[in-house]
Design a protein around this ligand. Structure first.
Ligand SMILES: Cc1cc2nc3c(=O)[nH]c(=O)nc-3n(C[C@H](O)[C@H](O)[C@H](O)COP(=O)(O)O)c2cc1C
Length: 300
């Protein structure tokens, strides 16, 4: 039974990836998880300068999902290289470094510094706001194209572009990423969201609004992945609301090459292992010998 998948030139032992911001830098989860079943872990997004993030509270659980406004808290590029990367590369699991910034130069700086490091893949988090345009990078076709093109020239690593779902036409941004040289896409990041305490009349989050994740967004995310799969020939890491094996299978059927699990890691850090086991059971039951056969297999 084959569970290996390829995301660009990046070979993954299983198709289950732990999403950025929900798995720290890997080291924190040592002792709690079985790394063997994880295809790769994606680090928390790093930015050139260290960031303390947004004011608390920064996480609020609603009836159906979770709103977070962490605000890219991270140790910055130097802190990452000194404190996190040495431990990360020793873990028995592949890793993807999530790169963020507020200008094209920010992303370029990080990608240049990582080029000689022992890492195979970068995930470019285009949900960061461009300071000049006051928009997320992936909310604008030109910003996306220019950024990806410049990063492509700087790195031979697998370049995965993570796109916000908060756009009119996700296919347009996916196409711009591919044309500029992306190897793969990561879809989707969180949706904009707000929750208000009716007693205090104040928002629950310190920075008022945040990003919505977890099971509530699954059908919305699935639709975006299917839209892109139909129109752009590029591997997709699909995620958004995946909590169990059945959810994961839906994403493969909609066109994902690999899947990412996020918020559920905060509750069950070993969920990747449960999902891999469930995938094997499903494949056995359906007489599927290769997970890649499932991709785009929705009958419509
Ligand atoms: C607490 C928290 C922190 C996150 N931080 C990041 C981040 O730093 N970079 C990023 O690209 N996505 C970040 N995300 C988004 C997740 O990687 C994922 O794309 C999103 O939550 C949807 O997947 P899920 O519904 O499985 O959580 C974060 C999500 C959560 C819940």
């Amino acid at each position: 039974m084959n569970l290996r998948v390829k995301v660009g030139n990046f070979n993954l032992p299983t198709p289950v990836i732990c999403a950025s911001g929900t798995f720290g830098y890997g080291e924190e989860l040592k002792g709690l998880v079985n790394f063997k079943n994880i295809g790769a872990i994606t680090t928390k997004t790093i930015t050139p300068q260290a960031r303390a993030g947004n004011p608390p509270p920064r996480i609020y659980e609603t009836e159906y999902g979770v709103i977070n406004s962490i605000g890219l808290e991270n140790p910055g590029l130097e802190g990452f290289l000194e404190e996190k990367l040495p431990m990360l590369v020793k873990l028995p699991v592949k890793s993807i470094i999530s790169v963020g910034g507020f200008s094209q130069e920010d992303y370029e700086e990080i990608v240049k510094r990582l080029e000689d490091k022992k890492i195979e893949a970068l995930e470019i988090n285009l949900s960061c706001p461009n300071i000049k345009m006051k928009k997320m990078f992936s909310q604008n076709k030109e910003l996306t194209y220019n950024l990806v093109k410049s990063l492509r020239a700087l790195t031979k690593k697998t370049l995965i572009i993570k796109i916000t779902p908060e756009i009119d036409d996700i296919v347009e941004i996916a196409k711009a990423s591919k044309e500029a040289g992306a190897d793969a896409l990561s879809l989707v990041n969180t949706f904009f969201a707000l929750a208000i305490n009716i007693e205090t009349k104040k928002p629950y989050l310190g920075s008022i609004h945040g990003g919505y994740s977890s099971r509530a967004i699954k059908p919305l995310a699935l639709y975006k992945i299917w839209q892109v799969y139909k129109s752009v020939d590029i591997p997709i890491i699909g995620g958004g609301g995946i909590e169990n094996t059945n959810d994961a299978i839906e994403f493969f059927l909609a066109g994902a090459t690999a899947i990412s699990i996020g918020t559920i890691n905060l509750v069950y850090p070993n969920r990747a292992t449960d999902i891999v086991k469930g995938l094997k059971d499903y494949m056995k039951r359906k007489k599927i010998s290769d997970i890649n056969e499932l991709r785009g297999g929705m009958l419509a």
